[in-house]
Design a protein around this ligand. Structure first.
Ligand code: RB5
Length: 149
């Protein structure tokens, strides 16, 4: 599994901490930035990671900002992206199982490091169940397609 990872300044330390966790777990990743805690704009990093995921260059993405909200909204503007903000493991698992989410977002000002690891584990270890859920995800894609006309 390979992940694309990004954050703004508010979540820079949070991201660096979780990158250590990915290394401990032997999970490959590409850190697309930001590469410092200098003030920056979350849409830049949301788009970068989303484009990698949408292009199929990585299996999934991780995005972090202060709340996880701004960066998820940004990522969701890219076609094919289903980015979710999660503050607890149940939603992270269900976002994979039912919604086939392809980017997990978290807020560095919302969740602590231990909880973040649990949320991340729940996301990474859950698989899309397909079936009736596939039809619903296809309906989401159809909304996107209508927007592009
Ligand atoms: C930055 O202060 C903050 O607005 C940003 O990290 C994020 O929380 C936006 O949604």
């Amino acid at each position: 599994m390979k992940l694309a990872v990004g954050s703004d300044h508010a979540a820079y330390e949070f991201k660096m901490d979780l990158l250590k966790y990915l290394e401990e777990k032997g999970i490959e990743y590409e850190d697309l930035g930001s590469h410092s805690a200098e003030r920056t704009d979350y849409p830049i990093w949301g788009e970068k990671v989303a484009r990698k995921v949408a292009a199929g260059e990585v299996d999934a993405g991780l995005l972090f900002c202060g709340t996880g909200v701004g960066i998820s909204i940004s990522a969701n503007k890219v076609r094919g992206i289903r980015a979710v903000v999660c503050s607890e493991p149940y939603s992270a698992a269900m976002a994979r199982r039912h919604n086939n989410a392809n980017i997990l977002c978290m807020g560095a000002r919302v969740v602590g490091p231990d909880l973040a690891r649990m949320i991340l584990d729940a996301f990474l270890h859950s698989e899309f169940e397909g079936g009736r859920h596939a039809k619903r995800v296809d309906l989401i894609s159809a909304i996107e397609a209508r927007e592009e006309r």
